[in-house]
Design a protein around this ligand. Structure first.
Ligand code: PEP
Length: 248
C-alpha cells in the first residue's frame, strides 16, 4: 500500500518570516494521515527544521550536488542535508534542468549520491509543451525515466514526480486523462524495471495544483499525491490540498 504524500516546493520564494507558515501547516494537518513535506530554499533549511520539530511535517531540500564534497561553490551536498536532519531532496526539477543545464545523467548521479547518503529522492520528469504537441510525451518520459532514475532506486528511497513543464507555474493543469495516461505509463515502466519495488514507488503529479483542482487530480489512478509549487507557500492554500489528498 503506497502512502500518500503532499510535497511543497518553495523554489526561490519565502523568507524567515514566511517560516511561520510551516507551523500553521503542521498544526492544521496534525491529524491527517498523509506524508507532508515542504522544501524551502536551502538557506532556510535549518530554521525550517526547527520550526517543524515535534510535528509530522517533513522538511527537505530542493537540490544537491552529485559529489559528496569538494570545490563546488554555491552547491550543497546530500550529506549536509542529512546532517541537518532532513530526509528528502527534490532532484531534476525542470527549472534546474532549464536554469542550470542539468541533464538526466546528472540527475541520476545526484540521485545515486543522495540515496547512498540515506535521503529519499523526489525525481522530477516532464515534457515541454512542444514535445507534447509533437505527440512525443511518452517517449520523453521513457527517456527521462530510464536515464534519471538510478538502478539503486527502491520504493523507500525514490518518489517520482510527473510535472509537465507547460503546467508548472502557469495555471494550466494537465487533464485527468493526460495525467492518467502518463502515470499509468510510468507505473508500467517502473514495474518492468524494478518489479515489486516499482509497484510501491510513489508517483506525484505536479503542475498548478490548487485547492480547486486537487480533489479531481487525486481521484486519478496511480496518483499518490502532489508536488506543489505556488500553492504550498501559504497554509491557507496548501492545507486544503493536503486534506483533499487525505480524503481521496
Ligand atoms: C513545482 O514547482 O514543482 C510546481 C509544480 O509548481 P506549481 O505548483 O506552481 O505549478
Amino acid at each position: 500500500m503506497r502512502r500518500k504524500m503532499a510535497a511543497g516546493n518553495w523554489k526561490m520564494n519565502g523568507s524567515r518570516a514566511a517560516l511561520s507558515q510551516l507551523q500553521a501547516i503542521a498544526t492544521a494537518t496534525s491529524d491527517v494521515d498523509v506524508d507532508t513535506l515542504i522544501c524551502p530554499p536551502s538557506v532556510y533549511l535549518s530554521e525550517a527544521l526547527s520550526c517543524a520539530a515535534d510535528t509530522s511535517l517533513h522538511i527537505g531540500a530542493q537540490d544537491c550536488h552529485f559529489e559528496t564534497s569538494g570545490p563546488h561553490t554555491g552547491d550543497i551536498s546530500a550529506a549536509m542535508i542529512g546532517d541537518l536532519g532532513a530526509f528528502h531532496v527534490i532532484l531534476g526539477h525542470s527549472e534546474r534542468r532549464a536554469d542550470h543545464g542539468e541533464d538526466s545523467a546528472q540527475v541520476r548521479d545526484k540521485a545515486k549520491t543522495a540515496q547512498a547518503t540515506g535521503l529519499t529522492t523526489i525525481i522530477c520528469l516532464g515534457e515541454s509543451e512542444d514535445q507534447r504537441l509533437a505527440c512525443n510525451t511518452l517517449d520523453i518520459i521513457a527517456g527521462q525515466l530510464a536515464t534519471s532514475v538510478p538502478d539503486t532506486s527502491t520504493a523507500a528511497n525514490t518518489i517520482i514526480a510527473y510535472e509537465p513543464v507547460w503546467a508548472i507555474g502557469t495555471g494550466r493543469t494537465a487533464t485527468t486523462a493526460e495525467i492518467d495516461e502518463v502515470h499509468d505509463f510510468i507505473r508500467a515502466r517502473l514495474v518492468q524495471r524494478f518489479s515489486e519495488e516499482g509497484q510501491e514507488m510513489r508517483l506525484l503529479y505536479g503542475g498548478s495544483v490548487k485547492p480547486g483542482n486537487a480533489a479531481e487530480i487525486f481521484e486519478t489512478d496511480n496518483v499518490d499525491g502532489a508536488l506543489v509549487g505556488g500553492a504550498s507557500l501559504k497554509a491557507s492554500d496548501f492545507v486544503p490540498i493536503i486534506k483533499a489528498l487525505a480524503a481521496s
